[in-house]
Design a protein around this ligand. Structure first.
Ligand code: ATP
Ligand code: MG
Length: 364
């Protein structure tokens, strides 16, 4: 078992990836020779297992020799179960608190997971539980107090102010602001695509720590929107405006093509002067000609959208199968739209009626 294969160093001390290339290749490793031992080993009957957090950081030739099994991160519901069965009993025992003297309710554990830790695993969760267990031990020793029940309401007393704010959908539909979803190391999150018209000539300005792939997908979305919604009003709009597109939080790096559909919705909303529904979240890669391609992380994204109060989710048709992995109690309250084309996604996202608010800024 080779742990953390994505963190291989490669410098003047040598290149372990090159050695591993021979070790892991079943065609060559019948007589693997280590330069230090200088004796051939037959490794052909060894089954190597490697682990990694990020696929992209594994050297490509190595990855090519592996069969990849993806293990999704835990969702909140699973973390609560792990905490109840393993982490809480273990930390209570470690701290020497009698088992009857400390209990966590589900709401408290859910809050630690969502507002204090936001991680893929459960290490931070276990640390938070450990910290509460130690404080309890001290309280029992100093003041003879107990038993103690940690609830969602009294959690702040133990852990201090929350580290992460609650993620909530927008309060109202807005022109030029669409709701997307992203997969993060800690699961999923919703994000807002903000587009604002400024005087100009149909160009795009991008901010929000966007990577190259995301920038290009925004350019492609703009070209698509320009050609698809080539009405007199939309043409007039792009003739006299640039669009500034921003994706908060500005300091969090974002990349990947999966926001393409959400970006197209924000841009079409501007061009047509129609607000985007705030209760709809979109994900999907958009091609230049307006096809929607499938994306990863659907489970995490849907769970995040559900948590934020979203009611309808627009997904690429080819992601329909991914819904099977999502617990029923989450999918039950949501409406799903599977789309093949960007314009279908856009028309789901744009509010059906309502006033056409005047555009801000510029000559219009
Ligand atoms: N399903 C589980 N049941 C009980 N405990 C768990 C479970 N998953 C994780 N843990 C706890 O989390 C700790 C860390 O898990 P693990 O060592 O598997 O992380 P990892 O996947 O190797 O992460 P990293 O990439 O950070 O090394 C474990 O020691 C254990 O205490
Ligand atoms: Mg590990």
């Amino acid at each position: 078992m080779l742990d953390e294969i994505d963190k291989l160093g490669n410098d003047f001390r040598g290149d372990p990836a090159a050695a591993l290339l021979e070790v892991l290749d079943p065609e060559q490793n019948v007589s693997f020779e280590d330069h230090y031992v200088n004796l051939p080993f037959d490794l052909s009957r060894v089954m190597f297992i490697t682990t990694a957090n990020v696929r992209d950081a594994i050297p490509a030739p190595l990855l090519d020799r592996m069969e990849v099994l993806e293990l999704p991160g835990y969702i909140t519901h699973e973390k609560i179960r792990i905490a109840k069965r393993f982490l809480v009993p273990r930390q209570i025992a470690e701290s020497g608190v009698p088992a009857r003297s400390l209990a966590f309710d589900d709401e408290a554990l859910a809050r630690i997971v969502e507002r204090y830790t936001r991680e893929a695993g459960v290490r931070g969760l276990e640390r938070a539980i450990a910290s509460i267990a130690r404080k309890t031990a001290r309280r029992i020793v100093e003041r003879g107090r107990g038993p103690l029940r940690v609830t969602g309401a009294n959690l702040k007393r133990w852990l201090g102010p929350e580290e992460y704010p609650e993620e909530e959908m927008l309060a109202a539909p807005a022109v030029g602001v669409s709701t997307g979803m992203a997969r993060t190391a800690a699961g999923g999150t919703i994000l807002f695509i903000e587009a604002l018209p400024v005087a100009g000539s149909g160009k795009l300005k991008l901010t929000g720590s966007l990577g190259d792939v995301m920038k290009e997908s925004a350019e492609a979305a703009l070209s698509f929107v320009k050609s698809r919604y080539a009405t007199a009003a939309a043409d007039g709009f792009f003739a006299s405006h640039d669009v500034h597109l921003h994706v908060p939080a500005g300091a969090v790096p974002k990349d990947g093509p999966s926001a393409g559909v959400a970006i197209a919705a924000a841009l079409a909303s501007l061009a047509l002067g129609r607000p985007v529904r705030n209760d709809v979240a979109l994900t999907g890669e958009a091609t230049l000609t307006g096809k929607v391609l499938p994306v990863g992380g659907v489970k995490e994204k849907v769970i995040a959208a559900h948590r934020a109060g979203i009611r309808e989710i627009v997904l690429p048709r080819l992601n329909e199968k991914d819904l099977e992995e999502i617990p029923n109690r989450i999918t039950r309250g949501l409406k799903f739209r599977f789309v093949d084309r960007v314009d279908e996604a856009v028309s789901r996202a744009l509010a059906a009626d309502g006033p056409r608010p005047a555009r801000r800024a510029g000559k219009g």
